[in-house]
Design a protein. Sequence first.
Length: 265
Amino acid sequence: MLFNVVVKSGWRDSNPKMCRFEYLSFCLILDKTLPMKLLLLLFLSFLLLFAACKKDSTTKEEASGVIISGTVYPTVKIGQQEWTAVNYDGQGGIEGTFYVPNINYKKFYTQADLANLKLPSGWRIPTVADFNKLMSNFTSKKDTEGNFVMDYNEALVLKSTSGWEVRGASDKQGTNTSGFNAYPAGYYASPYNETPGNLALFLTSTPLPAAKVNFHATYYSFILSRLYGTTSSDDYTQCFGCFVDGGHNIDSPKSVRFVRDNQAK
């Protein structure tokens, strides 16, 4: 026998496919009749194997999501960003009233609702720049203000694979190939929610320029839509994924996602 392993505390995991020595206190009892160089080589090989197991475990833990106000939210990495992959459903906000309830819609929020929310380091309410960076992974089209806009097929990658209204042969559910998984929750306009099944409207933290502020809108909104009448924030360019001005861009409660820049390994 070349060596024995003596474990000073119980096995962490009985699954033989996993690293069974991780976080354990152990020692090696070596056969003293073997050459010293061979003993040293065996010992170093064992240490390398042990370190490799620990590294693999850490990598898996980093992909588990983000904890916000005690709740774990799954995340997805898209390009140079990491996004929460479901709508925020924490304290405050408003529960929508739906004719056809959907557990994926969650709550609607305003800027004021989130004013005191403490996010983990690096995480934030997305800005116009954040949503522009998201769209830039899937389109090169821009409106006259320089913001990205997505056509019908490009927007499908951000949409959920169910829940969208299909009224004709040209209507489709999303593909969600990005993992962003936007459900068409609409937005809240008291005492009901508006347009569920037709659009997803998301809060941004970017104020509108003074020339665009009006009695019902002070911040940009990001929209994913199945409606042909949607126009971008330039009030001209047609889009199915873009920042909106006009009727849809109001300060009513909306769905919320969070984002951070990809963390260096």
